[in-house]
Design a protein around this ligand. Sequence first.
Ligand code: THU
Length: 161
Amino acid sequence: MREYKIEALMRIFEMAELSKADQELVEAAKRATAGSYAPYSKFRVGAAVRLQDGTIVCGANQENAAFPSGLCAERTALFAANAQYPDQPVVALAIAAQKGRQYLAQPISPCGACRQVISGVEDRYGQPIRILLYGTDGVLVSDGINPLLPLRFVDDNMRLG
Ligand code: THU
């Protein structure tokens, strides 16, 4: 038997400690909660994606009476960005969530399916995506999806030896 140790490093920042670009992206994610359609969960999530050329694309969770047909804010934003600007690598993604119109104190973290999609977008452009998880108590930052999804499935896994 051998051990395989997995370590993850994330950092928590005050908003004022973030770069202007990161602050702008977090503010865009907060504003994006306005586009949430969440009549079932009443949980409003906004996401904002920054592309290499500085373009910001936003998304928000979209729910459906057939629950699994809805989509999280993160994938809404990433798929919209990739569909509209396929040649622009994604460099950062910010997320903010509201319950009862109040931003949460503790940041929410992307669901497993969104983590896999973030991983796929990293692989597509060959560079890590800086992830900013907003909470009023602080912003949790990860440089890339790896700390959130260690041992992830990547397309290399499908290539023959
Ligand atoms: N949701 C997101 O949009 N992003 C997350 O990271 C977690 C969950 C949405 C999906 C659903 O509309 C609602 O929040 C409750 O799960």
